[in-house]
Structures are given as structure tokens and as C-alpha cells.
Design a protein around this ligand. Structure first.
Ligand SMILES: Nc1nc2c(c(=O)[nH]1)N[C@H]1C(S)=C(S)[C@@H](COP(=O)(O)OP(=O)(O)OC[C@H]3O[C@@H](n4cnc5c(=O)[nH]c(N)nc54)[C@H](O)[C@@H]3O)O[C@H]1N2
Ligand SMILES: Nc1nc2c(c(=O)[nH]1)N[C@H]1C(S)=C(S)[C@@H](COP(=O)(O)OP(=O)(O)OC[C@H]3O[C@@H](n4cnc5c(=O)[nH]c(N)nc54)[C@H](O)[C@@H]3O)O[C@H]1N2
Ligand code: SF4
Ligand SMILES: [Mo]
Length: 715
């Protein structure tokens, strides 16, 4: 008998593009995943990861289905299946021991971030144990943008209104690989005669369709933004009415940008002065949308670089304007994940939060006044290895692959090995899980439900649990609730900050008094809500002055530069002797369509499309180093003694003297205990020890020095 196929509107939350999906289920299994053209955010855009990788990930034979206990030494790859009860009892026994011996702060958590429920769940679980020490990825991803927007008051993340723009200015963004929704919208803009400006040192799909391509030296974009603002102000091409009513500190900002005439910016960035002026004129003829990416985030001048662009958005009158950058909206009564983290009823005492690792050095990031409320990750790794400022002895990791994605994989793994106890929740074995004592099987995004605010669209969208979990996999919340109970039984809880009985109750709590129901969300996969645009009276921008702060009162109080500034990239101020040894500049993180960071490395179709980590290198640079196309090379940076291997891709797309690579590489089939995380992963050759952005603590994902050495053909 033919079984019927049911189609569920849902949402892919593999990445924070959150595309609307239509998931077909047959005989209790996902048969197909397709885009949902009705979804107001993605409008039918989708990517191969959402269509193929997520399904395969769920049904792959490498999927973890049962809890496991390590039987050999850490990293030996020897495991035995155990029950959930045994796994959680052991985890609770060990964490309770650490808590009794060193105190709750010696227990830390690690999770990808607060953009998904697992982030909030991790923070609330740790806080229940009495520890404010949870690590998130945002120092490496989006944190500079987020804090710049909070400080400046623009709040425009994911609110790019490309559909109504005349001009789009992409800065360090590769949407062809990273964001199908943006890429579809940019191609449509181009088709209707709109203009595209691209700021990117590397030639890529976006610069290939650009009208104006500025090619700054890596890490110098702030000087370009300040110079574009200089041209706009000098020529009177800014929005005086908006500035007068809604911007704070314009005169002091004007003085700052006066220091960056195009000639000066040309000298700092390597972009011709005429091109800067042309870009300024094109951007001034709006509406224009600023489309930022990781290319200007996650480096030691990330926040101020973003501030320079955020101020430009404001003074040009493109804030919350059709065709500009929309301010995020939310339905009244709705609670986003960050709201839970800031809600006083779920917070530890101020005294305890002040002890969050990193709170002293990065108070706008960590601790009681910090926006992220999370730790400074490299300082936690240091604490594990040195007991300073105090010991950290146990780690619970979920939804993040820190052995691959944190800089200095060698040191991260050393830290994991030195801990008293490590538990990892994951869907497949990873280099991080390989060093755990207990591995817990996690549901995939097809097996659990999630409610998401897409503030930029705006809408609330819904991921449906379309099938039963495979094996004994559980969601992060279910794991946290069961584990909380085990800790309570051992009298090892300080609070109970997880007052929900299951994921449904948690999601209903998020929906709060918004009037949006789970039933309604299940019917369409999303719910729109009423909102206004360009009504600034109602916003107050979240700043002290209630205006967009070109001059930041908050930064001023912290003795940090209150005005957006330009700092030369680390590569420029590296010691001269070191510069001679490390003659090239390194960029990392370039995305590929096939992979999501370190995920899907065990899927053969993806490995076929992209078998090896590549390093883009200009033919002249390659020749000077005796390197030929496809040759394996070793990469090193001044911060670490360790090196990694990548394959040269000789191409004029990289400028002379700059080399560019991706991230996230490891080998599921590898025989080595770290599964290749210290071998073919760029983070095996990078330091996490600074320089750090003074506000977010972000290290340099780009703009630092490196050297490369050819390896023998069979290396
Ligand atoms: N397929 C796929 N999609 C993804 C992801 C994935 O892993 N795979 N990851 C998701 C996540 S979490 C993120 S953060 C995003 C990242 O995606 P994007 O935001 O697009 O970031 P990247 O691909 O790292 O880099 C974007 C561009 O920045 C340029 N760049 C590097 N340094 C500089 C610089 O100093 N100045 C300027 N102007 N440009 C520079 C690079 O050459 C590159 O073209 O993608 C998301 N989408
Ligand atoms: N050198 C360098 N380093 C970088 C970057 C760079 O550009 N250069 N980019 C940075 C950026 S932008 C990012 S976002 C990070 C990414 O860093 P990670 O978040 O560590 O990357 P992923 O590979 O996505 O790892 C997620 C892991 O979580 C698990 N997982 C996946 N989905 C789920 C889920 O739904 N729930 C749970 N519990 N677990 C899940 C899987 O085990 C997967 O291995 O890397 C950063 N690191
Ligand atoms: S871009 Fe791809 S992976 Fe990200 S949400 Fe959309 S379909 Fe999923
Ligand atoms: Mo990211």
C-alpha cells in the first residue's frame, strides 16, 4: 500500500539565515526538504545544506544515537554504549565533585551562541549550577557587529532591505556562499538597474557583479568608512534633518572624519582616492543598504570598524528607511533568547557575575553590565591551563566544535585533555567530542521544535519537530532538564532557572503575550506582526541619550575612544624582525556552499565537491615561494609554534602578498586522536592570545602576518 506523504511548513535553522522550508514526511522519515516560497524572510531562497546536508546528517550512519562513555584514555576513540541514566548520573557525580572541591565557578559551558535556544539553555543551566562561565562563539562571529550596534544604537542586524534599495554596499560579505536570501536579492537589484559596491580584498562572486569594487588592505575598512563619511559631509550629501533630530555628537564626529580625506584613506587602505569618492557618491544616491559580513567582524579592531559603518548608515539617512537598513522589530510581549539572559529573575548575584572570566577586562561583553553575559573564551582556556584567575576543571559543551573552530586548536585540545571532566552533546562524532568523557546524542533540527524571532524581516518563525528523534537522541532543553534534576538530587544546584517542563512550554514562554500561538505557527511556519518603520520617537535606540550615538557616552565612560576610529591592522604593527620572518598577510574564514563551518565533513557528496582546504595565493607570491598550483603548503603565524597544511590555489583573485583560506577543516576518517583538527585546520596555526578587540575580546581572524612553506608532493 502506498503511504501518504505529509508536507509541513517549517524553518531551517542550520544557519541564522533561517529559511522557510517545506518538509515532506513519509513513513515517519523525512523524504524531502524544499524551500517555502511563502516565507516572508527567505521568499523561496534555500541552499544545498538545507536541502541535502540536514537530511543526510539525520540519517547518516555516523549519527550518534546513544550516550557513550569513554573506556580508553582521553582521545583514544574507545567508547561503550551506556543508558541516559548512567550518563547523567556520572556527569552529575563528577560535576558535583568539582563544585564541592573548587566551587561552582570551576564549571564552565560552551555553546555556539545565543541565536538558538541551545545558547539560552546552556546559560540558564550553568547559572542554575551557580556558574556565570559560559562560552559562546560570538567573539569569533558577529560579536563586533552586535556590540557596535548596541553602542551606536542602530540595531540593524539582519535588516538589510535589498529589495527596495537603489544601491547595496557589501563590506566583507560573500552572500553567494553564505546567504542565499541576500544573494537572490542582490541579483534582482542588479537586474533592475541598481548599483552594487563591494569592499573586499579578495575577488569573489560579489565583486564579480559589482559596479564599484574597492580592494582595501585587510583590516583597513574603517578608514574607508570614515573617508566616505568625510565626502558626504563635505559635499552636504548627508541627512541633516535626521542628524539634527536623532544623532548625538555630530560635531565631534565631523571633526574625526575630517581627519580622513580620500587621499589619507588611500594611503592607509591602498584604495585609489578617486574610487573612494566614486563609492561615496554612489552610496549617497540612495536609498542605500549596508550589507556587512564576517570580513570586518572578529578581529582586533572589529567594533570600531563596525561603528564607522553604522554611523555612516545613520548620517546618510538610511536607518529604518525603505531600501536602507531596517531596525529590528518584535511583537509586544514576545521574549527573545537574549531577553531571557538579561531578565533579572534568571541572573546570578552581581558579586558572582563580576567574577565571570573576562568581566574585568571586557565589561561591555561579560559580567553584570555586559551585553553578551558570556565569558572571554581565550581567558577560560588560560584558566583551565593555569588556574588563573581561578581553576576551571569541568566543561559541558553543546552545539559547538571548539577543537576545530577556536583559534589555537593545539592549545584548546591540551586544555580539554587537562580537565577533570568533559561532556559533549552532539549529533555526530567531532574532534571536540573525541576528547570527552561522556558523549550525549543530540536531536537534529528535523527532530525538535524551535521558535525564532527574525527581527529584521520581521516575523516569528517556527521549526517543527517533523519526525521522532533517532535512537535515544534528546534536545538540549531535555538534556538540561534531566541533568538539572540529577544535580538537584545531589544538592549541587544554586537555583532553578529552567522552570519549563518541556520544549513546548519553553517555546510558549517565548511567545508570551504576543498573541502568536504555536497552532498558528504550525499552520504556516511563520507569523507576521504589526510594526512601524521610521518612527524614531518610539525607539529610543537603547542608548543613554536616546539617540544614535556617533559619540558614545558608554565608551567614553569606559575610557575607550568614544568616536569611531581607524587602527592599523595587526600585520602593520608586528615587530619588524617578525615581519621579515612572516612576510604575508593572512585572511581566514571564506565560506563554501557545501559545508557549514566544521559540519557535514562526513558527507561524501560534500567531500567530493570540496575535498581539501585551499589557500588562495597570487601567482607572483606563489612563484616567490616556489609554490605551484595544488601543492600542499604549511602555514604558520607569529602567535604559535604549530603549523597547518593547506593546498595552494594559485589565482589572481588574491592580491599579491595576501593569502586567503576557509575554516572548519577536519577529517572524520583520520587515524589521529584529534581527527585532523591540528593538521588541516587553519586554527591549528593561529593564536587565541591576542591582540584582542578592546570591547569584545575578539582575536584577529584576518589581517595578521603569516608565512608559508612548500611541502613535498606526498606530504
Ligand atoms: N555555506 C555556508 N554558509 C554560511 C556559513 C558556512 O560555514 N557555510 N557560516 C555562516 C556564518 S556563522 C557566518 S559568520 C557567515 C560568514 O559569511 P560572510 O559574512 O560572507 O563571511 P566570510 O565568508 O568569512 O567572508 C566574507 C568576505 O570577507 C572578505 N574579507 C576578509 N577580510 C576582509 C577585510 O579585511 N575587509 C573586507 N572588506 N573584506 C574582507 C573575504 O574575502 C570574503 O569575501 O556565513 C554563514 N553562512
Ligand atoms: N580561523 C577562523 N576561525 C573561525 C572563523 C573564521 O572565520 N576563521 N569563523 C568563526 C565563526 S563565524 C563561527 S560561527 C564559528 C563556528 O564554530 P562552531 O559553532 O563550533 O561550528 P560548527 O561546525 O557549526 O559546530 C557546531 C557543532 O555543534 C553541533 N551542532 C550542530 N547543530 C547543532 C544543534 O542544533 N544543536 C546542538 N546541540 N549541536 C549542534 C555539531 O556537533 C557541530 O559539530 O567558527 C569561528 N571560527
Ligand atoms: S541558508 Fe541554507 S542552511 Fe542556512 S537556513 Fe537557509 S537553507 Fe538552511
Ligand atoms: Mo559565524
Amino acid at each position: 500500500m502506498q503511504s501518504t506523504e505529509t508536507v509541513h511548513p517549517s524553518q531551517c535553522w542550520e544557519c541564522n539565515t533561517y529559511c522557510g522550508s517545506l518538509v515532506s514526511v513519509q513513513d515517519g522519515q523525512v523524504a524531502r526538504i524544499a524551500p517555502n516560497p511563502e516565507h516572508p524572510g527567505s521568499k523561496g531562497a534555500f541552499c544545498v545544506k538545507g536541502i541535502r546536508a540536514v537530511r543526510e546528517w539525520t540519517y547518516n550512519e555516523s549519527r550518534l544515537q546513544y550516550p557513550m562513555r569513554r573506556v580508553g584514555p582521553r582521545g583514544s576513540g574507545e567508547w561503550m554504549r551506556i543508558s541516559w541514566d548512567e550518563a547523567l548520573d556520572e556527569m552529575a557525580d563528577r560535576l558535583a565533585e568539582v563544585r564541592a572541591e573548587y566551587g561552582p565557578l570551576a564549571i564552565a559551558g560552551a555553546v555556539s551562541g545565543a541565536a538558538f535556544s541551545r545558547g539560552a539553555v546552556m546559560a540558564l543551566l550553568l547559572r542554575s549550577i551557580g556558574s556565570p562561565n559560559w562560552m559562546i562563539n560570538q567573539d569569533l562571529c558577529g560579536g563586533c557587529q552586535a556590540l557596535s550596534e548596541k553602542i551606536t544604537g542602530t540595531l540593524i542586524k539582519n535588516g538589510e532591505d535589498i529589495d527596495n534599495a537603489r544601491c547595496a554596499m557589501l563590506v566583507g560579505r560573500n552572500p553567494q556562499a553564505a546567504d542565499p536570501v541576500q544573494w537572490m536579492a542582490l541579483k534582482a537589484l542588479k537586474k533592475r538597474g541598481g548599483k552594487i559596491i563591494v569592499l573586499d580584498p579578495i575577488q569573489g562572486p560579489a565583486s564579480d557583479i559589482a559596479d564599484i569594487w574597492l580592494r582595501p588592505r585587510p583590516g583597513t575598512d574603517a578608514a574607508l568608512a570614515l573617508s566616505i563619511a568625510h565626502v558626504l559631509i563635505k559635499e552636504g550629501k548627508y541627512d541633516r534633518a535626521f542628524v539634527d533630530s536623532w544623532c548625538h555628537g555630530f560635531d565631534r564626529y565631523k571633526e574625526r572624519v575630517e581627519q580622513y580625506p580620500p587621499d589619507t584613506a588611500a594611503r592607509l587602505t591602498g584604495v585609489a582616492a578617486d574610487d573612494i569618492v566614486a563609492a561615496a557618491h554612489c552610496y549617497a544616491d540612495g536609498p542605500s543598504v549596508f550589507v556587512p559580513g564576517h570580513g570586518i567582524d572578529a578581529f582586533s579592531a572589529g567594533v570600531q570598524t563596525f561603528r564607522a559603518f553604522n554611523c555612516l548608515v545613520a548620517i546618510s539617512g538610511n536607518l529604518d528607511r525603505p531600501g536602507g537598513n531596517k531596525i529590528g522589530k518584535r511583537p509586544k510581549g514576545f521574549r527573545a533568547y537574549m531577553d531571557l539572559l538579561h531578565d533579572p529573575q534568571f541572573r546570578l548575584s552581581r558579586d558572582v557575575e563580576l567574577q565571570t572570566i573576562g568581566a574585568q577586562q571586557f565589561p561591555l561583553w561579560a559580567g553584570p553590565e555586559g551585553w553578551q553575559t558570556a565569558c572571554h573564551n581565550p581567558s577560560v582556556i588560560n584558566a583551565i591551563l593555569t588556574n588563573k584567575p581561578y581553576p576551571v576543571r569541568a566543561l559541558y559543551i553543546s552545539g559547538v566544535n571548539i577543537a576545530v573552530t577556536y583559534p589555537d586548536a593545539v592549545r584548546t585540545i591540551k586544555a580539554l585533555k587537562s580537565l577533570d571532566f568533559v561532556a559533549v552533546a552532539t549529533q555526530t562524532m567531532t574532534p571536540t567530542a573525541a576528547f570527552a568523557d561522556i558523549v550525549l546524542p543530540k536531536t537534529t533540527t528535523l527532530e525538535e521544535e524551535e521558535v525564532q524571532l527574525q527581527a529584521g524581516v520581521p516575523c516569528v518563525s517556527f521549526t517543527r519537530a517533523v519526525v521522532e528523534p533517532r535512537g535515544e537522541a534528546l534536545s538540549d532543553l531535555d538534556i538540561a532538564l534531566a541533568f538539572r534534576d540529577k544535580m538537584a538530587a545531589r544538592d549541587a544546584l544554586s537555583h532553578d532557572f529552567l522552570p519549563w517542563k518541556n520544549q513546548r512550554a519553553f517555546n510558549e514562554y517565548l511567545l508570551g503575550d504576543s498573541g502568536i500561538t504555536i497552532d498558528a505557527l504550525q499552520k504556516t511556519g511563520y507569523a507576521s506582526f504589526p510594526h512601524s518603520r521610521g518612527v524614531f520617537e518610539d525607539i529610543n535606540f537603547g542608548t543613554e541619550t536616546g539617540k544614535v550615538e556617533l559619540f558614545s557616552e558608554r565608551l567614553d565612560k569606559q575610557d575607550l575612544d568614544p568616536l569611531p576610529n581607524y587602527t592599523p591592522p595587526t600585520a602593520d604593527h608586528t615587530d619588524e624582525a617578525v615581519q621579515a620572518d612572516y612576510p604575508l598577510v593572512l585572511l581566514t574564514g571564506i565560506r563554501e556552499k557545501t559545508y557549514h563551518h566544521s559540519r557535514f565533513r562526513d558527507q561524501s557528496w560534500a567531500r567530493k565537491v570540496s575535498p581539501d582546504p585551499l589557500l588562495q595565493i597570487h601567482p607572483e607570491t606563489a612563484a616567490a615561494h616556489g609554490i605551484s598550483d595544488k601543492q600542499w603548503v604549511s602555514v604558520g603565524t607569529p602567535g604559535t609554534e604549530t603549523r597547518c597544511r593547506v593546498r595552494a590555489q594559485v589565482t589572481e583573485r588574491a592580491p599579491v602578498g595576501v593569502v586567503a583560506t576557509g575554516m572548519g577543516w577536519w577529517e572524520p576518517q583520520s587515524e589521529s586522536p584529534d581527527l585532523g583538527a591540528c593538521d588541516i585546520n587553519i586554527n591549528g596555526a593561529m593564536s587565541y592570545d591576542g591582540p584582542w578587540d578592546p570591547i569584545t575580546g575578539s582575536p584577529d581572524s584576518r589581517g595578521q602576518r603569516c608565512r608559508i612553506t612548500p611541502l613535498a608532493a606526498d606530504a
